[in-house]
Design a protein. Sequence first.
Length: 289
Amino acid sequence: MKKSHIVLLLIITMATLYSCSSESNSEPMLIIKFQFDPNQVRLNNLGQPSTVAADNAAQSPVFNLISSHYVEMAPNANTQLGNGTILYHAPETTLGGSNAIDFSKSKIVSQGETFLKIPLSQVAAGSYEWMRVSLSYQNYQINVHAANGNDYEGTLASFVGFNTYITSFDVDNTIFPVNGNRAQGYWAFALNDYPYSTSGQASANATTVPNPIAATSPIPAGSCVVTGKFASNLVIDGAETSDVIITLSLSINKSFEWHEVNADGKYEPTAGENVVDMGLRGLIPTYVK
């Protein structure tokens, strides 16, 4: 064998060994992903099963995207918001006046996509019973009924964070310029493949935010900190050798709700039917170690 071939073989062998060594010595991570479930129990603000309000109607949307502003793990039901282990806090800004989520810097993901990935060495050791997730942005498909009697599909962008600073954003290739803050409940809608779009603002404090431990650990009014309990505590002991993957299953069971003008169970914005609630309807966190 020629000397040059021997040298090349040694280089390839060393590179392979280094690659294997790097993989085997990689640091274990905490990974968080989202899941959307239209069949998950539909909850109210206190985490109790809930039905659609009288004179309203609702549908389970088909989710495209979601973003969270804040993620925290809490040891028990008495842990006050902010006193648990904070895993993530999105950038904020005062460019619009009051403090707000900076939408331009928000991380937006689809179902199953990694939202957060941090070394487990950065997570405080402990036994965690609850997850808290402050949701900020949703993008999903809904069905609408038009004055001409036809049904259409459209895309709705929903801002459910406490306050969001938005320059501009697009919904199905329709640009919505804002250049200011928008309170919880701001939304924008565009028909798919048709030149129709509109936007609006749901009433203050109308967005449902399930918190089963509201009696012992309340959340501020106007926030969107959805709270959910692990089936068994997630224990982080600092000796993990593999990744811990948390899946945040969100109930989208009739999560898009409007006030009916025509009592037909169809969303008809041209008839003056207004959006009243776009809140997620519960959180069930699970993990794999």
